[in-house]
Design a protein around this ligand. Structure first.
Ligand SMILES: Cc1cc2nc3c(=O)[nH]c(=O)nc-3n(C[C@H](O)[C@H](O)[C@H](O)COP(=O)(O)OP(=O)(O)OC[C@H]3O[C@@H](n4cnc5c(N)ncnc54)[C@H](O)[C@@H]3O)c2cc1C
Length: 428
């Protein structure tokens, strides 16, 4: 029997809380799913009663898509386990697992696959939208590393999607988000990554930021795939450098190139385990803030992009992370994720605690991102917040949106799974 939590039950309030504290919705029922049968039972329960369905993995959706007001939240967090076969270099990851569980299971074997930069993010939402991380320039996005998906459909069927089974569905699950069903298991290919990494961050005063960012951009164009260049501007400080996963001595040698940037106000060159790198950006108080963000992709960091990036609102944390490498090796129409020509991803994120500031903080983030809009080539679907249908046309080219809509019509014609960056089915 699936464990159902209702508003008066112990644990209900904890279970409905997600990353962004602006999300304060109250599901009628939270179904704590422990496996495929629970997912099927909870879906049937919701559909028989005509209740909205939300699907929760790591709860990091910025707009809290997982939590339906008055509906049924399929809470996959009890499905958090990861099984590894080091010989075959495969990991089987349940649909509610966090990235930290994936790394913890693979790293004792010196193996890993691409996962995001914060260990408390969910494998589910991240992978279904694409999945960017420090290994992506070497091994592709998380979605590129999925060998097979096990999915419960809107009608309660259990299907497999891979290159050999339901290949078009597998195409859509690689970047199309949670539109088609509940993924109960991901089978990932693993890579021999070793266990060491190097994190390089140099701080510069805001006045120096434009010049150093231009030099850093020029250096990034020559970066080997072990390196992922990253930069932030926040609170009057520009922090730039790269993350290296691979031979650390080679990474240290690459640090020498950054001398071209001049003298920083602070310098952090930190050899660390890959697992620690993957927790570097974790935030212990992360789940206590109200939040909003906007994202863009850029094919190049022109001087105009850099000027607008530096001119960011001081309260909005702005970041750039490098793409390219193995991400761009994959053909643009090979997966639903279709921003393979992006050179960098930008996110401008605001966080605050006082609800009275909501309007102003959201406006600041929008204004900062709007300055960069003229240069943008698109957006990462997982960086979309409240842009609605217009956001989808930024995330996917028309041909991919057409294919995604056809898949949606086939697999979820009643749009049961609509609490996501929703691709509506064709009208029946
Ligand atoms: C602190 C932070 C750091 C981040 N870092 C990165 C990063 O490094 N790289 C990157 O690519 N992205 C990153 N993201 C963005 C992240 O990929 C998205 O926020 C993603 O939606 C999070 O997935 P989740 O499972 O944690 O969220 P949830 O809110 O649980 O899920 C989001 C949506 O995904 C769908 N979904 C989730 N699991 C399943 C499943 N098993 N089956 C079907 N549908 C499912 C549902 O539609 C759900 O509404 C980050 C986000 C945050 C907040």
């Amino acid at each position: 029997m699936v464990d159902l939590l209702q508003p008066d039950d112990a644990g209900y309030d904890d279970a409905r809380q997600v990353w962004n504290t602006m999300v304060d919705r109250r599901p009628a029922v939270i179904a704590r799913c422990g496996g495929v049968d629970d997912v099927r039972a909870a879906l049937a329960y919701a559909r028989e009663r005509g209740l909205e369905v939300g699907v929760r993995c790591g709860g990091h959706s910025i707009v809290g898509h997982a939590v339906p007001d008055g509906g049924v939240m399929l809470d996959l967090t009890p499905m958090g386990s990861v099984r590894v076969d080091p010989e075959r270099r495969r990991a089987w990851v349940q649909g509610g697992a966090l990235l930290g569980a994936l790394d913890a299971a693979t790293q004792p074997h010196g193996l890993a696959t691409t996962a995001g930069n914060v260990s408390h993010t969910g494998v589910g939402g991240l992978t279904l939208g694409g999945g960017m991380g420090w290994l992506a320039r070497r091994f592709g996005l998380s979605c590129d590393n999925v060998v097979a998906f096990e999915m419960v459909t809107a009608s309660g069927e259990v299907v497999r999607a891979s290159t050999d089974d339901n290949a078009e569905l597998a195409w859509g699950l690689r970047g199309g988000g949670g539109n088609f069903g509940v993924v109960t298991e991901f089978e990932f290919a693993l890579h021999d990554t070793g266990t060491q990494a190097l994190s390089v961050e140099l701080d510069f005063a805001a006045e120096a930021a434009t010049g150093v960012l231009r030099t850093w951009r020029d250096l990034s164009a020559e970066a080997p795939r072990e390196a992922t260049y990253a930069a932030t501007v926040a609170g009057g400080v520009a922090t730039l450098g790269f993350v290296w996963v691979g031979d650390v001595d080679a990474g240290q040698a690459h640090v020498e190139r950054l001398r071209a940037l001049g003298t920083p106000t602070a310098r952090r060159v930190v050899p660390q385990s890959y697992v620690d790198l993957q927790r570097r950006d974790d935030m212990t108080r992360g789940h206590t803030f109200r939040r909003y963000w906007k994202g863009h992709y850029f094919r190049e960091l022109s001087d105009g992009v850099i000027d607008a990036f530096v001119a960011h609102h001081p309260e909005v944390g702005a970041s750039l992370q490098q793409y390219g490498g193995a991400i761009a090796d994959v053909a643009d129409d090979a997966t639903a994720f279709s921003q393979r020509d992006a050179a960098f991803e930008y996110v401008g994120a605001a966080r605050w605690t006082d609800p009275a500031e909501d309007e102003q903080r959201i406006a600041d983030a929008r204004e900062s991102a709007a300055r960069l809009s003229p240069y943008a080539s698109g957006v990462y679907v997982n960086a979309l917040a409240d842009e609605g249908a217009a956001g989808l046309t930024r995330a996917y080219p028309p041909a991919n949106l057409d294919r995604l809509r056809a898949l949606k019509t086939q697999w979820d014609p009643d749009n049961v799974f609509h609490l996501n960056q929703n691709i509506p089915p064709a009208a029946g």
